[in-house]
Ligand binder design. Structure first.
Ligand code: DCP
Ligand code: MG
Length: 575
């Protein structure tokens, strides 16, 4: 609940205004049956036309005021709930952006999507419902009871009979349906999960002819969702008819007892009519109360799920004294890391340093921990032990925005976004001009192929850059990173899809342009890293060797093995 204080503060006043209009509406509703009773009993019974006309006018006036109140309240409530929903969504989205990757993994992307859309909708609907029903329904209910008893106390034993039964039904309803709605939201999560996985894996699914399997997976989750929803609805559907049955039974009793009393001369016809009217209003308001309770149950589940996201993220505290060392460049000090907090480390006791101007080659077999290493530098994850420094400052103590401004990153899997090529490159630096863009693209060896495209830099890319080849995507994402001109450049296996000649040209252009920068060059091929200033050989999360190519080629067994396996194949292809 603490996450919602802000919204209560912000929208509380408007909410109260809506409630005031709602009360006007309710009072008007309450007055009508009494006026009706006096028209019948005083006007009609005495054939007093003037009285009937006067009171009829009165009824019109009261109805009019009530309608006006309803209109104003409606405008306020729909405005307010839409605004609240939009703000909640936007806050939640901002929060999701700030989550660390391990926190995000804990929720699963599809569940975050459900929370962002469906769950926010539930809360929004509840707030809107509150403003339509909240005060009104209890007010009308209590008011009707009061007015009914005042009208005629002698048949009010009917109320004593009906009300406890109805209250019991409402309580049961809430108790039973809450767990069902939790399951409905979870089932929605799972359905979204299947769809998401399908969409992101569509090529592989088609290539392996797994369409039918995916369909059946979808159908299964879809049925689970509709099944759970149906169960929830079925349970709820027992309750409102239950209430109306009880109240209608009460009305029948009133009519019977009323008829008796009229015969005895203890009651008048108008009174019985008004009494039945009040009973109907009690019925309607009780229905509304159950409805709002049901909305409340769903909203509570959803608000809890939203709160879970809003409540995460606890930026790690760093003691000031451990925050700095005296060394320029990037330093890893005895870093250990595991993706799941516990379990086996994927990085073990990694220490390294890189000074400005140096190119650090990182090589090692797949799964050795190369990408993990740079993920830590980007602070996408936090090390389990040890520290990482940039220019002497512990990166934990740095604001993540400032940290990432110092790093240009080309991820292992090129990720491009819907928009033009130019827009994608501009991610590196939003205010760059065309010269800068072309410069970055030429270093990345992308300029040539981009200018050959019919629309050049204005070529529209589909989602994920689907209409480019693997190597083209890599080069666009290198250009994006280069545009940033940050002191640290990370290339995570970013030249894997380039041919040897293009890769060589890229490296030459980089060494020319990247003077004074720290470049982390991760690769699988020995030829990609062999002219680096310093090469780090990774094996099973550990540094198995470090030094220059010549030294390693002589003295490091892991490195020698890699050379052997790769030069062998290269000799075959070239010879
Ligand atoms: N790993 C994990 N969870 C992730 C990513 C990786 O548990 N989200 C594990 C799988 C590997 C280990 O961490 O055993 C190291 O993975 P890296 O991605 O760091 O390995 P590399 O980048 O060295 O491998 P590649 O050359 O295939 O990119
Ligand atoms: Mg990798």
């Amino acid at each position: 609940m603490r996450h919602y204080k802000k919204y209560i503060k912000k929208y509380g006043f408007l909410f109260s205004v809506a409630i005031v209009f709602l009360m006007i509406e309710a009072i008007c509703d309450l007055l009508l049956p009494t006026i009706l009773a006096s028209i019948i009993d005083n006007g009609v019974a005495n054939s007093d036309l003037e009285y009937v006309l006067n009171m009829g006018g009165m009824m019109l006036l009261v109805t009019g005021i009530g309608a006006l109140g309803a209109i104003i309240r409606n405008i306020i409530s729909s405005n307010l709930s839409q605004k609240l929903g939009a703000e909640l969504r936007s806050d939640l989205y901002r929060k999701i952006q700030s989550l660390r990757l391990e926190e995000m993994n804990q929720f699963e992307a599809s569940s975050l999507v459900t929370r962002l859309t469906n769950d926010v909708n539930q809360v929004q609907m509840f707030v809107n419902g509150l403003m339509r029903i909240m005060v009104k329904a209890p007010l009308v209910c209590l008011g009707s009871i009061f007015m009914a008893v005042r009208l005629n106390a002698s048949i009010s034993w009917v109320l004593l009979l009906v009300i406890p039964i109805v209250a019991l039904i409402i309580v049961l309803n809430v108790k039973i349906s809450l767990p069902f709605f939790m399951r409905v939201q979870k089932a929605t999560d799972r359905l979204n999960g299947v769809v998401r996985e399908f969409l992101s894996g569509i090529r592989v699914i088609r290539a392996f002819n797994r369409g039918r399997f995916e369909q059946s997976r979808f159908d299964e989750k879809n049925e689970q969702l509709s099944g759970t929803s149906m169960k929830a609805m079925r349970i709820m559907s027992i309750f409102s008819p239950g209430i109306s049955l009880t109240v209608n039974f009460g009305i029948v009793l009133v009519l019977l007892a009323g008829g008796w009393n009229i015969n005895d001369g203890q009651m008048q016809v108008g009174e019985v009519v008004a009494y039945v009217n009040y009973m109907t209003q009690i019925l309607i308001s009780l229905m509304m109360i159950t409805m709002i309770f049901n909305m409340f149950v769903r909203a509570r589940v959803s608000a809890g799920r939203i709160g879970e996201v809003l409540g995460t993220n606890n930026p790690l505290e760093v003691k000031a004294e451990e925050a700095s060392i005296r060394q320029e460049g990037v330093v890893f000090e005895h870093v250990y890391f595991s993706y799941h907090g516990t379990g086996e480390y994927v990085l073990k006791d990694v220490s390294l340093s890189a000074k400005p101007g140096e190119t650090i080659g990182i090589i090692g077999s797949t799964g050795a921990g190369k990408s993990s290493l740079v993920n830590l530098l980007l602070r996408l994850y936090e090390p389990s032990e040890g520290s990482i420094y940039i220019n002497g400052e512990n990166i934990r103590a740095m604001d993540s925005k400032r940290l990432r401004e110092q790093i240009a990153y080309v991820p292992q899997k090129s990720t491009l976004f819907t928009g033009t090529i130019k827009e994608n490159i501009l991610w590196g630096k939003a205010d760059a001009d065309m010269d800068e863009i072309q410069h970055a693209a030429s270093i990345a060896q992308a300029n040539v192929f981009i200018t050959r495209l019919p629309e050049g830099y204005d070529t529209q890319l589909g989602q994920g850059g689907v209409n480019l080849s693997g190597g083209q995507k890599q080069r666009v994402s290198i250009a994006r990173a280069l545009l940033r001109d940050a002191p640290i450049l990370i290339l995570d296996d970013s030249t894997s899809a380039l041919d040897a000649v293009t890769e060589q040209r890229l490296k030459e252009a980089l060494s020319e342009d990247g003077k004074g920068k720290i470049i982390f060059l991760i690769a699988q091929r020995i030829t990609s890293v062999m002219d680096a200033d310093h090469i780090i050989v990774m094996e099973n999360g550990k540094i198995a060797g470090a030094g220059k190519h010549e030294e390693l080629a002589k003295g490091n067994s892991v490195y020698k093995e890699i050379i052997l396996s790769q030069l062998g194949t290269e000799m075959e292809t070239s010879g």
